[in-house]
Write a protein that binds this ligand. Structure first.
Ligand SMILES: *Cc1c(COP(=O)(O)O)cnc(C)c1O
Length: 372
């Protein structure tokens, strides 16, 4: 380290988050036409931003010289009325990533333990390790969270349990009754973070009911995002919902203006755009069917997914990377997930019909070359 600056050991051990490659970066590096590149790498909404949100943001530009409302009064009010919650149960975040980090920074200290699943969202180990706590990774069962395994790993040092439902990148879903049963077995002093970034994509039957469990489980925190179905990934806004006393503690350490003005305005408007969410869901369902049919035709195995993405299996890591690079060269960006301990898989986000078609056609071309 330069100048003998001492860095905590746990910082050295952190592997930085690797996002999906931005379109402009790929165009620059591979000398491709930016307009021909298809990004299916970050589970963004392929139909874009809600028209209502876009209009609201354009009108809000005039107030950009002012600091945003640090308490997010109107957005919290909107979330509260939409989901029948109390404003004091809500904390806003610079994306739901911010919420995950705030939970870790509020409740974990060096030596504490936090539990999460193998193949679960990469941000959990990051936020846990960043505060010097220990991450306990529970082996997955058939790519899904093994909640019994979680219970077996709870001890006096356990402070937080992270659950992604649906999980990214596997797309697995835990049934409501199973999840509720699990919560009843978790000791009251352990916080359970239920990450529901993809809830809007679930069918009415599968949709979370966790907000209604908050009365019973004061140790439950639910995180939601505007980055996926709401199409606001670039604006960075999400929120956490929990017992008011837990939310009050988290509020103490967040940045005073962690959610910018445009993001707040866009989020408020998008909560009113039910048509947009319905359309996003429909396009996702159709695209998922299209891609699964394509995988079946081409003979690719995949993990059944409840999100707006699906992970498919290649022979091994080197074949997976070959496919990744060949797709990239053809202007299709997908996501390698070796950092999720799935080196022989690639994850593809569900896109528009034509994008999915190009992805599948490119996949076919590569597979034909590969088998020659
Ligand atoms: C995408 C994603 C998030 C959302 O992140 P934001 O910070 O809200 O953009 C959270 N959890 C999971 C599991 C995700 O896949």
């Amino acid at each position: 380290m330069i100048n003998n600056i001492s860095v905590p050991k746990y910082i050295h051990e952190i592997e930085p988050y690797q996002g999906g490659r931005p379109i402009k970066e790929v165009a620059r590096e591979l000398n491709l036409d930016e307009s021909k590149i298809i990004k299916l790498a970050s589970n963004e909404n392929p139909i874009g931003i809600s028209p209502l949100a876009k209009e609201a943001v354009l009108n809000a530009m005039d107030d950009a010289e002012r600091y945003p409302d640090g308490n997010g009064f109107y957005l919290k009010q909107k979330i509260a009325s939409t989901f029948k919650l109390d404003e004091r149960q809500i904390i806003l975040g610079n994306g739901s990533n911010d919420i995950l980090e705030l939970v870790a920074r509020t409740f974990l200290t060096s030596g504490d333990e936090a539990i999460y699943s193998e193949h679960a969202f990469a941000v959990y180990p990051l936020v846990v390790k960043a505060v010097g706590a220990n991450g306990i990774e529970v082996q997955a069962k058939n790519y899904a969270h093994d909640l019994e395994g979680f219970l077996k790993n709870i001890n006096v040092k356990t402070k937080i349990i992270f659950i992604a439902n649906p999980n990214n990148p596997t797309g697995t879903l835990i049934e409501k009754s199973t999840l509720r049963e699990f919560l009843s077995h978790v000791p009251k002093h352990v916080i359970v973070v239920l990450d529901e970034a993809y809830d809007e994509y679930l069918s009415d039957n599968d949709k979370s009911e966790a907000f209604s469990w908050l009365k019973e489980f004061h140790n439950l925190i639910i995180s939601r995002s505007f980055s996926k179905a709401y199409g606001l990934a670039g604006l960075r806004v999400g929120y956490g919902v929990g017992h008011s006393s837990i939310i009050e503690l988290m509020n103490r350490i967040r940045q005073p203006f962690n959610v910018n003005h445009l993001a707040q305005i866009a989020a408020i408007a998008s909560l009113d755009d039910h048509e947009f969410i319905k359309l996003s869901q429909k396009i996702n369902n159709e695209g998922m069917t299209q891609i699964i049919n394509g995988f079946n035709e081409l003979g690719f195995n995949y993990i059944e997914s409840y999100g707006n993405f699906i992970s498919f299996k290649l022979k091994d890591e080197s074949v997976a990377m070959m496919y990744y690079h060949e797709l990239l060269k053809n202007g299709v960006i997908v996501r390698p997930i070796a950092n999720y301990k799935l080196p022989h898989f690639l994850r593809v986000s569900i896109g528009l019909e034509n994008e999915n078609k190009i992805f599948l056609e490119t996949l076919r071309k590569i597979s034909e070359i590969e088998t020659v």
